[in-house]
Design a protein around this ligand. Structure first.
Ligand code: MN
Length: 738
């Protein structure tokens, strides 16, 4: 391929811009040619051929003179003796700024070490946000490098290809430049997964030979049908590219054989209303595939893309995807932001401003704003990458504010996108006026209303369920804070009681004075450590009052919680429990327990925990929540020798927020049809929630059944047990505690 001559470049620009500054283009050509001199590319071509090809790509996008000149000069400052000062003198400040931006991002490595990657990505976005033409030249530069990548030594290829598919292709897509994106992906895919690429290409050819005639049939069918209704349209059929097929195979985990829609059609009409008429005709001609119709005309994508999408079952039962749009929409779909940035009627000055108004550009602005807020470049990269890759869904607040989210987003993501506080206090959602679970996947056009409750903290489990980086980071932060607050709260209660027993006053100031002795830097650290069971309250008491006599047994004195005699509880597992409340009430200095989701880190013993009404004991396990056991629990024997882990606790339930608690019962039932149904129905009728049922079959006539259920309290549990005892099919029922 011969190198482009000077007049050829000028001719290309003149074709769309008759007012081009020929002299400027010529000056740039000569300057860059001299600067690069005898430098060679990996292909053996003169280096200068590269900036010329980059400029040629940009003439296809019909860009203004400054962009074309910047493309010709883009490698001079980094790779030759040329300086920015010289460029400014010869070509003016506008072009200097573009070349400066391109020089800054030339050496950025966007795929190597994670931390540097985030920082470099930040630099890239900052360099392009002020003038989108920097990105346009960069993308053309990358496209030409990818087209000639096979000349580069193999060990370097992979890095460039990965950077292309991870950063530049999605960025092109985000800016709405679909054609460019697809070519970049295709070229990169070839190098990253050569075998997958080869296999899919081969299969595609086989399918095309077998069924390719369908393309022609559909084209002519469709044209005829549209002409009948007086709609003038251009119809293009095309086979999808290997990379988009591979992505679909990966995303849906299907094999090539199962993948049916590999042909796509584009119908181009004059007016937007014609798009809908075409859609009607298409749907009346072939059966549509449900769930595939998308209207990006009424709700454009955030990169300004507008089109109707649908999939139909065409001739030969071949699934066929259609994109229906106007000429203008098609241009934006192809060129994206470049369609705004392109040369218009001799107005070069308005070029950048026009691009600024596009939604794609607004995304870029917002992303850069986020950068300014963000502290962690890695988290930022994760966040931005996710947004680059996912298709978007557009949802609305009840007031009509548009919230764009990655596909797969839930109302939780939505809430965090509105505001961090809204996310942190979200407890429910209404989608299109109907109550929906917070984990519903949002669809385009959904109106989402978030129900909030003040003083809520997001459950830690949300972190793995959300898809936006913003929500994930906020949840991580909020749960970290909430968990720490819980442990510190528990620690404070434990310490208050320990000091009371030692008959010494307790205050934060006193604790502060002893921080050094405790090897901690903050009062909260001490409180949290005690709450976590990592530090014993007795040690803290002695650190504050070194004159105190060491306690004889158990560091904390919390051992008092442990029942000393058998006197007050006679309930033992296996006995016929009477479910009477214990006579003795726990001491008023016992730590109040509000159940799960209260202010303290609490869990209930699995396999038969405590329910309100039970006399309870807490066991402290370092690094874990306090486990609450009923006092009659046989598991408690295991902690006999560790009195410092026993906590005296009592119920303190919030009547306004009733909760259920896990319990376990065991029963023995006659084997006959319907007996299990009778058992479960009885429990359900009496408002018990069954979590699990397991059966063992000791004899042919009887079955032992273990049921995990949740109940409101001990009274509720004993009522259910009495009801079960009334059943003829049940011979024995008892509660089990872990
Ligand atoms: Mn270059």
């Amino acid at each position: 391929m011969g190198m482009m001559r000077q007049y050829e470049l000028v001719d290309r620009v003149k074709r769309y811009n008759p007012n081009t500054d020929e002299e400027l283009l010529n000056r740039a050509y000569v300057y860059a040619m001299r600067a690069h001199g005898t430098q060679k590319r990996a292909s053996g071509d003169p280096f200068f051929a590269h900036p010329l090809e980059v400029a040629a790509i940009l003439t296809e996008l019909k860009l203004d003179d400054a962009t074309i000149v910047a493309a010709v000069l883009h490698d001079t400052v980094e790779d030759t003796e040329a300086t920015l000062e010289e460029i400014e003198t010869l070509f003016g400040p506008d072009i200097r700024r573009l070349v400066d931006g391109l020089t800054k991002i030339k050496k950025l490595d966007l795929v190597s070490k994670k931390a540097a990657q985030g920082e470099n990505f930040r630099k890239l976005l900052l360099a392009i946000v002020d003038d989108i033409r920097v990105l346009l030249v960069k993308l053309a530069d990358r496209l030409h490098n990818m087209r000639t990548l096979h000349y580069v030594p193999p060990e370097k290829r992979l890095r460039v290809a990965e950077e292309t598919i991870e950063i530049y292709a999605p960025l092109a897509g985000r800016m709405g430049m679909q054609e460019l994106r697809e070519e970049l992906e295709e070229l990169a895919f070839r190098h990253i997964k050569p075998e997958a690429h080869a296999t899919i290409t081969k299969r595609l050819e086989e399918v095309t030979q077998r069924e390719g005639k369908v393309i022609g049939e559909i084209e002519s069918d469709l044209k005829a049908k549209l002409a009948e209704r007086g709609i003038e349209a251009q119809v293009y059929g095309r086979r999808k590219r290997p990379y988009s097929i591979w992505k679909k195979m990966e995303r849906k985990s299907v094999s090539f054989e199962q993948l049916s829609d590999i042909f796509g059609f584009r119908v181009i009409v004059d007016k937007p209303e014609d798009c809908y008429r075409v859609l009607g005709i298409v749907h009346m001609t072939w059966p549509m595939v449900p769930g595939r119709y998308k209207d990006y005309i009424s709700t454009p994508k955030q990169n300004d893309y507008r089109s109707l999408h649908t999939t139909v079952v065409g001739p030969g039962r071949q699934r066929v995807e259609l994109q229906i749009r106007t000429d203008g929409m098609d241009r934006v779909a192809e060129f994206g932001i470049a369609a705004h940035a392109r040369y218009k009627d001799g107005r070069t000055a308005g070029v950048v401003a026009a691009a600024d108004e596009s939604r794609a550009y607004q995304w870029l602005r917002r992303t850069v704003d986020l950068l300014a807020e963000g502290d962690n470049p890695e988290e930022f990269l994760e966040h931005t990458k996710l947004e680059l890759f996912h298709d978007q869904v557009f949802c609305f607040t009840p007031k009509g504010r548009l919230i764009a989210l990655p596909r797969g987003a839930t109302p939780i993501d939505f809430a965090y996108a509105v505001h961090t506080d809204v996310g942190n206090t979200a407890v429910g959602a209404k989608i299109n006026g109907r109550i929906a679970p917070l984990l519903t996947e949002l669809q385009n056009g959904d109106e989402v209303e978030i129900t909030r409750a003040e003083g809520q903290a997001p459950p830690a489990a949300w972190e793995s369920l959300v898809v936006t980086g913003k929500a994930r980071a906020a949840i991580r932060r909020a749960t970290r804070v909430a968990v720490r607050r819980q442990y510190a709260g528990l620690g404070r209660q434990i310490l208050e009681r320990a000091f009371m027993r030692a008959e010494r006053p307790f205050s934060d100031d006193k604790l502060k004075a002893a921080l050094k002795r405790l090897a901690r830097t903050a009062v909260d650290d001490v409180l949290a450590a005690v709450g976590r069971g990592e530090m014993f309250s007795g040690d803290v008491v002695r650190a504050v009052y070194p004159d105190l006599e060491p306690e004889k047994r158990g560091a904390t004195g919390d051992a008092k919680a442990k029942p000393s005699g058998k006197g007050w509880f006679e309930l033992r597992q296996g006995e016929n429990l009477k479910f009477k409340l214990p006579n003795e009430t726990p001491g008023s200095d016992a730590i109040p327990i509000r159940g799960l989701g209260g202010d303290l880190p609490v869990r209930f013993a699995p396999g038969g925990g405590a329910v309100p009404g039970d006399r309870i004991v807490g066991i402290l396990t370092p690094g874990e929540a306090v486990t609450i056991y009923p006092i009659q629990s046989p598991s408690l024997a295991a902690f006999d020798n560790e009195p410092e882990r026993w906590l005296d606790v009592r119920w303190d339930l919030d009547d306004k927020r009733p909760q259920r608690f896990p319990a376990r019962i065991q029963l023995n039932s006659i084997n006959e049809p319907g007996s299990l149904a009778q058992i479960t129905t009885t429990i359900a009728e009496h408002d018990g929630n069954i979590d699990a049922v397991s059966m063992v079959r000791p004899t042919p006539d009887f079955t032992d059944v273990t049921i995990d259920l949740t109940v409101w309290d001990l009274k509720h549990l004993s009522a259910i047990i009495s009801e079960l005892r009334e059943k003829r099919v049940i011979s024995r029922v008892e509660r089990v505690v872990a």
